[in-house]
Design a protein around this ligand. Structure first.
Ligand code: SAM
Length: 281
């Protein structure tokens, strides 16, 4: 069965883009195929997609041979995807839901590694990424993430320590995964055109985090450190619950350093000290 061009699908189903849902549809088939390739998706792959919209990227994933579970909040798009389901019998499950609320493990078939692939709605992209990066169990239910972000967000995700872009999102991303930029996509590839350039990022899941730490302690430390990123750690970390001079001495970190100069392993060292000193009372 040959599927109609995406422009026809959009016109026939009246999919006028809704800004509130971050709808910018990617209609360039070369680019959707390139994203599927960048994710390493092939015939044995299980894919979890958020926001299939009219189904451009979804078609590329199916064309590569994957089975896809896609969560979409806009019911107009859910209806439009019925013909894609018909064209690939038994390989596309569409779930009408808000991706922020779902428990992905209940939607995905048992067993087999899952690749998350999505052209994310910009308004919820970092919240969704944080949801996936802060799952309780590691290794997680997914084997890799291939996601599109606003270019500046991709800069923050992949930033090395020492610069302005390095922050909470960099540490969280680089703690459990190895994020890598794949390529940029210009505004002209989307309908409607956004004002920004997009970047596709692949996150290779690390079997173990870069260094050990309790997630809640690490979050507390990086939240405090980057909330006052201009201050020295001895002052920005006040409020984490342990005297900062004692905490930083225990972790072997100079108290006069600022958040952006610390690497991920050093943040983990502070998180472990916080955990230990708190338990010691
Ligand atoms: N994947 C399509 C493409 O590449 O053309 C559409 C991408 S568009 C940037 C984002 C999609 O996410 C839209 O279809 C929108 O309706 C959907 N969406 C927005 N917020 C969502 C949410 N919280 N949960 C699930 N889907 C959502």
């Amino acid at each position: 069965m040959t599927l109609p061009p995406l422009r026809d699908v959009i016109a026939r189903h009246g999919l006028a883009a809704r800004k509130s849902l971050g709808q910018n549809f990617l209609l360039d088939l070369n680019l959707t195929a390139r994203i599927a390739r960048g994710a390493g998706v092939g015939p044995a792959s299980q894919v979890y997609e958020v926001g299939p919209g009219p189904g451009g990227l979804t078609r590329a994933l199916l064309e590569a041979g994957a089975r896809v579970v896609a969560v979409e909040k806009d019911d107009r798009c859910v209806e439009a995807l019925a013909e894609v389901q018909d064209a690939y019998p038994g390989r596309l499950t569409v779930v009408s839901a808000d991706a922020l609320d779902v428990d992905e493990r209940t939607l995905l078939p048992e067993g087999g590694p899952v690749q998350v692939v999505a052209n994310l709605p910009y308004n919820v992209s970092t919240v969704l990424l944080a949801k996936w990066l802060t799952v309780a169990e590691w290794p997680s239910w997914y084997a890799g993430l291939t996601l599109m972000f606003q270019r500046e967000v991709a800069d923050r995700i992949t930033a090395p320590s020492g610069g302005k872009a390095y922050g909470r999102l960099s540490v969280l991303s680089q703690w459990r995964t190895a994020p890598r930029r794949l390529f940029d996509i210009p505004p002209s590839a989307f309908v409607p055109q956004p004002k920004i350039t997009s970047t596709v990022v692949h996150f290779a899941v690390l079997p173990q985090p870069v260094a050990e730490a309790e997630l809640s302690d690490l979050k507390r430390v990086i939240d405090a450190a980057f909330n006052q990123r201009r201050k020295m750690l001895r002052s920005s970390l006040k409020g984490v619950g342990i005297d900062t001079e004692i905490l930083l001495a225990d972790a072997g970190i100079e108290p006069t350093l600022r958040a952006e100069t610390l690497n991920v392993a050093q943040f983990c060292a502070i998180a472990r000290s916080l955990n230990r000193l708190r338990a010691a009372g």
